[in-house]
Design a protein around this ligand. Structure first.
Ligand code: TA6
Length: 280
């Protein structure tokens, strides 16, 4: 990663062979190794800096999703340095409002990102507290880049019966596809109200992806054509990940003064010998 000025990553070993690495820049999870392999994709060409987020890992999207607001694309949280706090079983990062945040979003808040590796799983939790005297609304997402052997063999199971908004086509409403999500070009979808476990397979491996607090799921891969124009992706880098994002996009969270919201994504490594059929 081209990141000479990045704060030194924090490391934490969990039970078994589970271990994580995260940066205080963006409270960004860079690596999750579990059950013998790396589970996240991180672009070797990732850069960072003023307004530039790290490509890969788990960017924290807050307080706006994409261009759905007046602030920086996908919010400022992924391009600011958070305060790191190490605990025996988790890494935590905190962000409080400051001049740079109030310039874009005039609210007093405290946000915390907690990363807790387990033997076969990882819990990523974002908590936001309203520290202001008036209510505010925000959107959020954990923009997780899951490593896959080859995107052409990757499938996302569990959304077959859900209609979606096609962000690759101006947000057009689409009916349920009755099939697992496959990646044979640009895929950029917002699935509203998906409160169930999803499974991601790539022909060899399987990961279960659950969410708490987040109502929506975003599925994204840029496809070859868009990826070719992304300077922070290696050549053919798009083949090595699918983003499955726990998100709260379509119905922003509203917090009254003093109220707290938590959204989490839980990733679980499942044995490929389970009864779940790999490949669709
Ligand atoms: O979450 C999907 C998405 O909003 C896509 O539209 C895609 O552009 C992606 O995020 C990456 O956005 P970024 O700003 O990190 O290049």
């Amino acid at each position: 990663m081209n990141a000479p000025n990045l704060p030194a990553p924090q490391h934490l070993n969990g039970p078994g062979d589970s271990r994580i690495q995260a940066s205080a820049f963006g409270a960004h999870l860079l690596s999750w190794h579990c059950r013998g392999r790396e589970r996240l994709y991180l672009s070797p060409n990732a850069g960072f800096g003023a307004g530039k987020a790290i490509r890969g890992g788990v960017p924290v999207i807050f307080p706006q999703f994409a261009e759905r607001g007046d602030g920086p694309r996908h919010g400022f949280a992924r391009t600011l340095t958070w305060e790191a706090e190490r605990q025996p079983q988790r890494l935590s990062f905190r962000l409080r409002d400051r001049e740079e945040t109030r310039r874009h979003w005039p609210h007093r808040f405290e946000a915390e990102l907690d990363l807790e590796p387990g033997e076969d799983r990882l819990r990523i939790a974002l908590t936001v507290r309203n520290a202001d005297r008036a209510a505010f609304e925000f959107s959020a997402a954990l923009h997780t880049y899951l490593a896959v052997a080859d995107v052409a063999a990757a499938l996302v199971h569990g959304l077959e019966d859900r209609p979606y908004l096609d962000s690759a086509d101006g947000g057009a409403a689409r009916p349920a596809s009755d099939a697992p999500v496959r990646f044979d070009g640009e895929v950029d979808r917002i699935y509203p109200d998906t409160r169930r476990p999803l499974r991601i397979t790539d022909g060899e491996h399987m990961l279960r992806c659950e969410a708490e607090g987040f109502a929506d799921t975003v599925v994204w891969n840029p496809g070859a054509e868009l990826a070719a124009g992304m300077a922070d992706l290696e050549p053919d880098g798009h083949r090595r990940f699918v983003c499955v994002e726990a998100a709260q996009v379509l119905q922003p969270v509203r917090l009254e003064p003093g109220q707290v919201w938590t959204g989490a994504q839980i990733l679980v490594v499942e044995s490929s010998s389970s009864q779940y059929r790999i490949g669709g």
